[in-house]
Ligand binder design. Structure first.
Ligand SMILES: Nc1nc2c(c(=O)[nH]1)N[C@H]1C(S)=C(S)[C@@H](COP(=O)(O)OP(=O)(O)OC[C@H]3O[C@@H](n4cnc5c(N)ncnc54)[C@H](O)[C@@H]3O)O[C@H]1N2
Ligand code: MOO
Length: 441
């Protein structure tokens, strides 16, 4: 295989890519309504503008009291407190005080007020006695269990203090961040926003949309596109575009998959220019080998700089990364392989690891795994659990998958994750601890 550039290490490719992205995404953000932020990347540190809760609130149904009034209360020694209800009539009994929501209201010694779970407790009170430990009478209550200060009370700022960081720049927004942001009244969030276009190339490609339909082929004959047609003609359903669209969605970006293009240099150039003019980043698949009908690199090198082509990795070796100046703007192209597994690995290592790194786990291997010095190997693994294992480190293991072809998509769908075997390591032995990057949490 010919490469436009000399092969570089995975670490170098990562460094080049991530440095470019650092600079590139600095001003790439958009304000989203909180409801639309799920799974997106937060573009700035967000601090809480207030204490949460912003008032002391009851954690139980019961009576708000001054804890010191009921110290020592027990079944044999109930303590009596005068009851103060919060309807206007009752409140009028309580000198110069109004309602529970009134900031002037203050509970004083000897009194208790009825509260529900979640309601503000009045100023002056510092604890709540649960309803179960109280006998209620018309004007007073008997308390059968003492409480200590702030028992059954959610204190001001217990969840967040004003100025606490709710979410950091670069973090993925989860439903729990959304709940917290809503609780402090934040309605909009600046999220990292990139317009990304996807373009698959290849004469053999058929769009998923056309599958099952009658369409005109290259010779203008109406043909039903089904598996029979596919196996006779050696066609391939374009799964890369749908895979990349889903991978990007998983990473917080809505990408547009353009109609695939045949291996025709003029067409490829035209499509690349169109997509670049409409997007910040283009991801192409196919044509990375610089074979007879592989025009992607050739066309891209005419448009701008190829930062690298080919990294010492398996699968995924022929990947490229290019920077194109269009108008006054920089655009980037991820040039990914046609082989789905190679494309997925390239995406994972050079895009996803930057924006949404997978969770990792250090676990032992179930068996030996050979790898070559001077090349980074991506070993797909399955997690296995052995409760009877004598291994003192872990009962959870990484089982290397035996299928490894770059076109075998099931080697990814059946995997739980992967291990990066550094180019300086000549394989692993059974029991070695490896770092597993996990597809699922
Ligand atoms: N003589 C050599 N041949 C190849 C070498 C080599 O060193 N010497 N390297 C191999 C490696 S490594 C890879 S990876 C592939 C890269 O191939 P391309 O990026 O040029 O991709 P294509 O040739 O167009 O397609 C390869 C394969 O992938 C399937 N494919 C393509 N596009 C899609 C798509 N959109 N959706 C689903 N599947 C797709 C297609 O079946 C092709 O068979 O080159 C090796 N060759
Ligand atoms: O990138 Mo290739 O997947 O090593 O066949």
């Amino acid at each position: 295989m010919k490469f436009v550039k000399e092969l570089i290490s995975y670490e170098d490719a990562k460094k080049i890519t991530f440095q470019e992205l650092d600079e590139f995404i600095r001003d790439k953000y958009k304000e989203f309504n909180l409801n639309d932020c799920l799974n997106k990347i937060c573009h700035e540190d967000i601090v809480s503008p207030v204490d949460l809760p912003s008032f002391n609130k009851s954690a139980m149904d019961g009576y708000s009291v001054i804890a010191e009034d009921v110290f020592g209360a027990s079944d044999n020694n109930p303590i009596i407190l005068e009851k103060i209800e919060f309807d206007e009539e009752e409140n009028s009994k309580f000198e110069s005080k109004n309602t529970v929501g009134d900031e002037n209201f203050e509970l004083i010694n000897g009194f208790a007020t009825k509260v529900s779970t979640g309601t503000k407790i009045p100023e002056g009170s510092n604890a709540v006695v649960m309803k179960e430990y109280v006998k209620e009478y018309d004007d007073y209550i008997e308390v059968y269990l003492g409480v200590h200060p702030f028992e059954n009370v959610s204190k001001i700022g217990e969840d967040l203090k004003k100025g606490d960081i709710i979410i950091k720049k670069g973090e993925i927004i989860t439903p729990y961040h959304i709940a917290l942001l809503a609780s402090v009244g934040i309605k909009k969030v600046n999220c990292t926003y990139l317009k990304i276009g996807i373009l698959s190339t290849g004469d053999e490609l058929i769009s998923l949309e056309n599958y099952g339909k009658e369409v005109n082929n290259k010779n203008d004959e109406l043909k039903k596109i089904n598996m029979d047609y596919i196996s006779k003609t050696g066609s391939i359903i374009n799964s890369n575009s749908v895979m990349l669209k889903s991978l990007l969605k998983n990473c917080g970006f809505d990408a547009k998959a353009y109609d695939h293009v045949e291996d025709n240099p003029k067409e490829i150039e035209k499509c690349i220019l169109k997509i670049l003019s409409e997007n910040d980043i283009l991801m192409t698949t196919g044509g990375t080998s610089v074979g007879d009908r592989d025009y992607t690199f050739e066309e891209i090198s005419k448009l701008g700089e190829i930062l690298y082509h080919g990294i010492k990795i398996r699968p995924g070796r022929p990947v490229g990364f290019s920077k194109i100046e269009l108008g006054n703007q920089s655009k980037f192209i991820y040039i990914l392989s046609g082989y789905p597994v190679a494309a997925a690995v390239q995406f994972e290592l050079l895009f996803n690891q930057y924006f949404k790194p997978l969770k990792t786990l250090k676990i032992p291997l179930t068996r030996n795994f050979a790898s070559s010095l001077g090349r980074t190997d991506i070993m797909r693994i399955k997690l296995t659990y052995d409760s009877n294992s004598k291994n003192t480190n872990s009962k959870l293991f990484a089982e290397p998958l035996r299928i490894s072809g770059s076109g075998v998509i099931s080697s990814l769908s059946s995997a739980d994750g992967y291990v990066i075997i550094d180019e300086n390591i000549e394989g692993y032995e059974k029991g070695d601890i490896v770092t597993a990057h996990l597809f699922k949490k």
